[in-house]
Design a protein around this ligand. Structure first.
Ligand code: ACO
Length: 370
């Protein structure tokens, strides 16, 4: 028995390779460092779904197809409109993806369904945000890139080229990560031959937890709590002494710095310009140094992503939903891979309970043994 399924090989996959010792992450053969620098959301999505990079005309056609699927069915919009303004954004996202399964176009192929979910999840997150904030809803645009439209729907402004690049970097770095908890969840649901909307809804539910995608919000809260880099050693000492987990650190697979955290740190350094940003980044760096020194535990992807999202004026409650937007192409790639070579996932448990209790009628319980 392996608690938490550590080191258990649960499936073959040709999508993502992780070298946890050297700190490498590779999508279909391509290193994440190259992809985040030179590629974008559309190209990486194509790569994950087709296992190869597209030719120029293929990428242009794919980008148009994704763009044409961004607008939400009326039923999904009214489901979100009916939510209370203080609803949890990840709960709202689960509900909205499930409702997309009800209201989306019928008789789409698997690839078209994947396109529809991946395109619409960005619009859904922005729609939830604008609903919660009492902002008027905007129409998704067709002819722009996914990253640009997402920023436009969130902020109401056309993004500049650098903000679009930054959003692409975030999306590309989050696009896939082998059998992490949410992707494994998606594959388990797909393995019952349930539909793609249900599989993605389940993945969103798994991502919500603070041990998975919910950590980036907690990192930002922690930075505010610490206040200044000098407070870091005492802050950490107290938390570690009380056996608390420090959010944004540690990983089941990486035994060194998460390569995504390394790339995000370099962008954080480039964008930090206000005194608050410089102070926050100094706190993050001090936390990273001190954790490595005291515990030998390194930052993961959630450590710097919140900082970069804050720079893009994204409110904290959207951090995990945007992680979901980024991870959706990966979830869908794994769901399609699962369907293509399926066997229902059904592990077994090592039973630790009793086996031979005698049934006692309720009126006699507590008396018979006295
Ligand atoms: N803070 C303090 N100690 C830690 C941390 C941490 N963040 N992470 C691991 N450790 C310690 C554990 O206490 C344990 O020590 P012990 O052997 O003395 O008991 C040891 O390192 C191994 O940790 P486990 O919890 O067994 O590692 P596991 O692989 O089960 O968990 C996880 C990995 C969930 C990511 C864990 O490191 C954690 O809780 N991190 C904080 C939450 C977080 O940042 N999650 C985002 C992960 S990335 C992602 O999902 C996108």
């Amino acid at each position: 028995m392996s608690k938490g399924l550590e080191d258990v090989v649960a499936s073959t996959s040709a999508i993502t390779f992780i070298d946890g010792v050297r700190g490498r992450l590779v999508y279909c053969g391509y290193d994440i460092a190259d992809l985040s620098e030179h590629s974008n959301y559309e190209e990486v999505t194509y790569l994950l779904w087709h296992n190869r990079l597209p030719q120029r005309d293929e990428l242009a056609a794919f980008t148009l197809e994704l763009g044409a699927r961004r607008r939400l069915p009326n039923g999904v919009m009214s489901s979100i409109d009916s939510l209370s303004l203080d609803c949890d954004t990840m709960d709202a996202l689960e509900m909205a993806i499930a409702s997309l399964g009800i209201y989306d176009e019928k008789e789409l192929s698997r690839m078209e369904t994947a396109q529809s979910i991946a395109s619409k999840i960005g619009t859904i997150v922005a729609y939830i945000h604008r609903h919660k904030s009492g902002l008027h809803q905007l129409e998704a645009k067709e002819g722009t890139s996914f990253a640009s439209d997402l920023l436009y729907l969130l902020t109401g402004k056309e993004p500049d080229a650098f903000s679009e690049k930054l959003m692409n970097v975030l999306l590309v770095l989050h696009a896939d990560h082998e059998l992490n908890a949410s992707t494994f969840t998606a594959r388990v649901v797909a393995s019952t031959l349930s539909d793609m909307y249900s599989s993605v809804t389940a993945a969103v539910a798994a991502l919500k937890g603070p041990l998975h995608g919910g950590a980036n919000e907690r990192v930002v809260e922690m930075v505010q709590q610490v206040g200044s880099p000098e407070n870091v050693p005492e802050f950490l000492q107290k938390k570690l002494a009380s056996k608390e987990k420090i959010m944004g650190f540690g990983h089941r697979v990486y035994k060194t710095l998460d390569p995504r955290a390394k790339i995000l740190r370099s962008y954080a350094g480039r964008v930090a310009s206000t005194s608050k940003e410089k102070n926050d980044l100094a706190i993050l760096d001090a936390l990273a140094d001190e954790m490595i020194r005291q515990k030998g535990i390194y930052p993961n992807v959630d450590f710097y992503s919140g900082f970069v999202l804050q720079h893009l004026q994204v409110p904290t409650y959207l951090f995990t939903p945007l992680f979901a937007v980024g991870r959706t192409p990966g979830w869908l790639a794994h769901i399609m891979e699962q369907y293509s070579n399926n066997r229902i996932m059904r592990p077994i448990a090592e039973y630790t309970g009793s086996r031979d209790e005698r049934y006692v009628p309720i009126e006699l319980r507590g008396k018979i043994n006295a």
